[in-house]
Ligand binder design. Structure first.
Ligand code: HEC
Length: 118
């Protein structure tokens, strides 16, 4: 009987350890936001994406909900490159976004589609 008691303690112990491991992993997932997006205003980014009709035009190009235009495994492979792409669209389409706006938009796209950690 003693053995069984020890086994139960061991099981409880490993469940607790697993729980703290899961917590640690989710905390580190949060801190894996790329440095250039650390202070980004994600809500404003979303609003700017809606305001500038980014998705409407992308839908015309790729159909569906337009999100297929965002290819995390394509040529854009870092947060800096992603921000640069948004800046390029900003300039080419004459959207008139400020540099912080471009960062906010890129950060929102990163959170929802690209998920770069650097
Ligand atoms: C007038 C149409 C149009 C508008 C408006 C537009 N885009 Fe695009 N966008 C495109 C097209 C077309 C491509 C594909 C270019 C290519 O891959 O050759 C593209 C590609 C992109 C890509 C690169 C996707 C990838 O992973 O290769 C990003 C990022 C992007 N757009 C962001 C935006 C954002 C943000 C906005 C709004 C602020 C926006 N675009 C507005 C037409 C548009």
């Amino acid at each position: 009987m003693r053995h069984r008691h020890f086994a139960r303690i061991a099981v409880i112990g490993s469940v607790l350890m697993l729980a703290s491991l899961v917590t640690a992993v989710s905390v580190s997932a949060q801190s894996s936001v790329p440095a250039i997006f650390k202070d980004a205003d994600l809500k404003l980014g979303e609003e700017l994406i809606a305001q500038h009709k980014c998705t409407a035009c992308h839908v015309r190009k790729v159909g569906g909900d337009g999100s297929q235009i965002y290819r995390p495994l394509g040529r854009i492979n870092t947060a800096g490159f992603l921000r640069g792409m948004v800046e390029q669209c900003n300039t080419a389409l004459n959207l008139g976004m400020f540099p912080e706006d471009v960062t906010d938009v890129a950060a929102a796209l990163n959170r929802d589609h690209y998920k770069f950690s650097q």
